[in-house]
Design a protein around this ligand. Structure first.
Ligand SMILES: [Zn+2]
Length: 421
């Protein structure tokens, strides 16, 4: 745009100069003592001839034109060359200067924006916990080599300042949450990731220390002890300072915490909730308190004893259940009146066989009914003494009814194919 503007202005100036020259031609010729001379000139190869009578170019044989030639004095030529030279120098200086100044302004603006955005980055982390906007700003500066590193440097400063406040007893859940969220998101840069992990652990641990102090204030020594243990475990070989603070604090409240642990377990034991008592004591049994260890061993024995009893009871119940299942399948007399007896039987085989005899002079019949008590098969139907020896196909696993009827006489039967009596 600027180049176009400059070109247009230059073109206009040149046109004006040419116009002025043309208009004042005669005056200029006189003023600068320019000599005029008539010559012949070839319009094709521009060769010039002093001889005005010549018609043809000796070079290319074209027809020559007659024209006026202006011969400048040497002094004027030198002046013109000097002026052109000066104009060129001025033009270079002007263009160069313009370019340099605009570059300088551009760089100055870039640096201002850089500094502004870096301090915005710091502010976003320090006061707003807005990591998303922080990342957006970095994204806008991704072409600037140092910006991201610089922004994170300020990120760490802001976080450290907030951790310092937590260390002094302030709550800062927002910081812990923000670091946790960043930690859980996908970070490409391992160095940043490690650093965030480190900061998160510090923020979280100092927050937990504050919480442990609150537990101690409210005399909840067991919870304080547990939380301190968590702090010690997670900071082992990482932050010796925190480990030392937590260990000292734990030692201070140890006896009171053990007392609460023992009381809690005792209540559970009194309620015969041995497995809860076992769980309550488990984490503390190796911390050198004999009472806790003894209690733990006792409840463990109790839990094991109960478990053995439970298993024995379960086995006994299972045995009973199986027996009941078998008993349910055994032959059962369901009707037994004068002259009529019905057995409910459960088939253990696909063949039902029956043998025996009937003594007397009355009617004797043996029928098999299906599980709906509908007629299935007639096995015996006789009058007078009879020897029974017959069988029929049945469906294994189904219930049947064996119906035996007689008038005047006695019978003696036995059968196979059912679960028996
Ligand atoms: Zn010519």
């Amino acid at each position: 745009m600027e180049v176009l503007l400059v070109s247009i202005i230059a073109f206009i100036i040149i046109c004006v100069i040419v116009y002025l020259f043309d208009k004042n031609k005669e005056k200029l010729i006189e003023k600068f003592e320019i000599e005029k001379k008539e010559i012949m000139r070839c319009p094709v190869c521009f060769k010039e001839y002093d001889d005005l009578k010549l018609k043809e170019c000796s070079n290319c044989e074209s027809y020559l034109d007659k024209t006026t030639k202006y011969i400048l004095p040497d002094k004027l030529k030198k002046q013109i060359i000097s002026i052109i030279f000066i104009i060129i120098i001025i033009a270079i200086v002007v263009i160069g200067g313009y370019y340099g100044i605009s570059k300088y302004i551009e760089e100055k603006e870039r640096l201002e924006k850089y500094d502004n955005d870096i301090s915005t980055c710091y502010d976003l982390i320090k006061n707003k916990s807005d990591y998303e906007e922080f990342s957006n700003i970095i994204e806008k500066h991704k072409n600037e080599e140092n910006f991201e590193e610089d922004a994170y440097k300020h990120f760490y400063i802001a976080v450290d300042e907030r951790i310092e406040n937590i260390k002094n007893g302030s709550e800062d859940k927002e910081l812990v949450d923000m670091l946790h969220d960043i930690k859980s998101s996908k970070l490409d840069d391992d160095e940043i990731k490690n650093k965030i992990d480190e900061k998160y652990l510090l923020a979280k641990s100092y927050s937990n220390l504050n919480s442990a102090n609150k537990y101690i204030e409210s005399q909840n020594y067991k919870s304080a002890f547990d939380l301190l243990q968590e702090i010690i475990n997670s900071n082992k070989n990482k932050n010796q300072e925190i480990v030392n603070i937590a260990t000292n604090k734990q030692n201070e409240i140890k006896d009171k915490a053990f007392e609460q642990i023992i009381n809690e377990a005792q209540t559970q034991i009194n309620n015969q909730d041995y497995s809860s008592a076992q769980k309550s004591l488990q984490n503390y049994k190796d911390l050198g308190n004999q009472t806790i260890l003894d209690m733990y061993n006792n409840v463990t024995n109790e839990v094991n004893r109960i478990e053995v009893e439970r298993k024995a009871k379960e086995a006994e119940e299972e045995r009973k259940r199986k027996q009941a299942e078998i008993d349910a399948k055994k032959d059962k007399i369901i009707v037994d009146t004068d002259g009529k007896r019905i057995y409910k039987v459960y088939m253990a085989s696909n063949k039902f066989s029956i043998t025996g005899n009937f003594k007397g002079n009355g009617h004797f019949s043996v029928k098999l009914l299906d599980d709906n008590q509908d007629f299935y098969d007639l096995l015996v139907n006789e009058i007078g003494d009879y020897v029974v020896n017959t069988s029929t196909d049945v469906v294994k696993g189904n219930y049947y009814y064996l119906q035996i009827e007689c008038t005047r006489g006695t019978w003696n039967l036995s059968w196979s194919g059912t679960y028996g009596s």
